[in-house]
Write a protein that binds this ligand. Structure first.
Ligand SMILES: NC(=O)c1ccc[n+]([C@@H]2O[C@H](COP(=O)([O-])OP(=O)(O)OC[C@H]3O[C@@H](n4cnc5c(N)ncnc54)[C@H](O)[C@@H]3O)[C@@H](O)[C@H]2O)c1
Length: 363
């Protein structure tokens, strides 16, 4: 088992990574919490696929947890979904000494964490991510939230868990397109981090895409360590942390305008290609670097499906992105590794051209 400490101003908490480590859940809980009542917010599909694996969460020796089953989809990641969790807890008299454990992907985690951060002004929270995407990205960094009026993650808080348990055995049942989603965020990290991580993902991306998770612990360890470092230096996303939104201005527009038919991680890969193209046209990356990054994504590009949406429509959706200031679209654009450009602005013509280039690339 590997362990990473996330060191923040207000608290430090561990992330455990390993195959089968959920079996020790009882011990970890007993060591950290004496009296807390526990509610597990679990993705229905994960419960169905991993009932045996989840039993240590529910039937602990000293206490039993009650299970709230969550139907994980972007359409349920909203205030109505939050209300259901509040009601579940209130009807069972969960008080301030309670703990919510989420077991599921990023949708379950973001929703349960938001509920934990607001129920009775905040109760404790533990995250057990079960998708590759949630393991390497959404479970790290304390962003919680739900969609509002069709805008992704519009309502939310910054709230950190007591710990995160990444049990890589969950990944065995991930559908191929969910693996690609996780790879979307990993490619983003590789482009930002460069160096050793870039090379190791470059060398293993096809195997992971094919469902071979040998060595995934090291990949996760490096990706989480990178994100942890960025988050620790800028907890509330005032500066450096914005680099983690590489490709996301485009991807949020694609998700929204496809009615969330395109999944987050897949939209991120499309968004990274559009951002790369914009970077090249603004001379932020060299032609050589541009070509080598496209070659990297080329290893999985056949698995990315983004329906054709008019670039004008995507542009209008980007204008309504919550990260914009004074009506201007702000992009995070790839520079040379370790040098992403934040708060970049581009004129409309360049943005439309970048979208067309991305569509042509994935054709
Ligand atoms: N908080 C953050 O910092 C942050 C960062 C990135 C993404 N996000 C959010 O995360 C969400 C996407 O997360 P996601 O991709 O994990 O989505 P998800 O939670 O919808 O999971 C994807 C699908 O996989 C299923 N699933 C989960 N675990 C499984 C398993 N082990 N085996 C088989 N199927 C399984 C789910 O039921 C779902 O159908 C988006 O809403 C995005 O906005 C948040």
């Amino acid at each position: 088992m590997k362990k990473i400490e996330i060191e923040l101003r207000e608290k430090t908490y561990p992330i455990f990574i390993g195959a089968g480590i959920l079996r020790n859940f009882d011990k970890i809980i007993d060591a950290s919490f004496k009296n807390e009542r526990i509610a597990v917010a679990a993705d229905k599909r994960v419960v169905k696929l991993h009932r045996q694996k989840l039993l240590p969460l529910i039937n602990m020796k000293k206490r039993k947890a009650e299970v709230f089953l969550f139907d994980a989809s972007e359409k349920n990641k909203n205030l109505a979904g939050i209300s259901k969790i509040y009601s579940f807890l209130q009807e069972r008299n969960y008080g301030r000494d309670s703990l919510i454990v989420s077991a599921g992907g990023g949708i379950t985690g973001d929703t349960a964490a938001f509920a934990a951060s607001t129920y009775m002004r905040g109760i404790k929270y533990v995250n057990i991510p079960t998708t590759l995407l949630s393991a390497v990205d959404s479970s790290i960094g304390g962003k919680t939230g739900v969609n509002f009026n069709g805008i992704k993650n519009f309502i939310g808080t910054f709230y950190h868990p007591e710990f995160v348990i990444i049990d890589t055995e969950f990944f065995a049942t991930l559908p191929a397109d969910e693996i690609i989603c996780g790879l979307g965020e990993l490619v983003k990290t590789a482009f930002l981090a460069g160096g050793k991580f870039y090379n190791s993902l470059y060398n293993s991306i096809e195997e992971i895409a094919g469902g071979n998770f040998k060595g995934i612990e090291n990949i996760i360890y490096d990706a989480v360590s990178f994100k942890a470092g960025v988050v620790a230096s800028d907890e509330k996303e005032k500066g450096l942390r914005k680099i983690l939104n590489l490709g996301h201005t485009f991807s949020h527009a694609v998700e929204k305008e496809s009615g969330f038919a395109v999944k987050h991680g897949q939209a991120v890969i499309f968004g990274i290609v559009a951002a790369l193209s914009l970077s090249k046209n603004m001379a932020l990356v060299t032609a050589r670097d541009y070509a080598s990054k496209l070659e990297f994504i080329g290893k999985i590009k056949k698995k990315i499906k983004v329906p054709l949406i008019s670039p004008e429509i995507l542009y209008d959706a980007m204008l309504s992105d919550k990260k914009n200031r004074s009506g201007r679209i702000k992009f995070v654009l790839p520079g040379m590794p370790g040098n992403a450009v934040i708060d970049a602005e581009a004129d409309k013509k360049q943005v439309l051209k970048a979208i067309v280039t991305a569509y042509n690339y994935f054709k």
